[in-house]
Design a protein around this ligand. Sequence first.
Ligand code: FMN
Length: 182
Amino acid sequence: MAAGAGHAERVSNDEFRAALSRLAAGVVLVTAREASLDPDDPQAPVGEDVGMTATAFMSVSLDPPLVLVSLREGSRMDDLLAEQPLWAVSVLTESQRHIAGRFAMKGRISDRLLFEDIPYARGRVTGAPLVGGALATLECRTEQRVTAGDHTLVIGHVLTAEVPSAEGRPLAYFRGRYRQLG
Ligand SMILES: Cc1cc2nc3c(=O)[nH]c(=O)nc-3n(C[C@H](O)[C@H](O)[C@H](O)COP(=O)(O)O)c2cc1C
């Protein structure tokens, strides 16, 4: 038995949140298209686009190229990616803070209106929305899903990677607030 075992301290939610809020993070928008309403008919209209603001996103491996996003179990994006293996990530700029805000709202039923005034292109491989003017965009296919506590770690193979706005500045999140660098 490891030293200290049996005297396990239990960290409180507040302690956990306070400590992790000190880890400055970039902000991304994860997007995916709901699967075709009729899986037997490739011409059938697809469902709506879904987006979710996330900071728990990271690079995992270069060869093969893998990334990871951690999704709260039961969130709309977690439910969608359980069915839809194709998804995308847009790395947001400091001028895209309003996009991060709207795609973090809890309990919303539809994202259709949220995408209406955002310039985006469809990923050529995934069909998922890629935010216009994002710092970087990645299209991914899920390679592995790992349940971790109350989240699902979704590991994606990167299919395309582009830097549409190479000169842009990042949107960051630190101590519970959006920040700009510098
Ligand atoms: C700055 C910021 C970062 C977030 N990062 C994540 C994340 O990495 N993973 C996650 O599951 N939710 C994250 N969220 C919460 C989701 O954006 C939010 O729960 C979701 O959009 C609401 O949809 P839901 O009702 O389906 O949960 C974050 C929210 C904010 C404001």
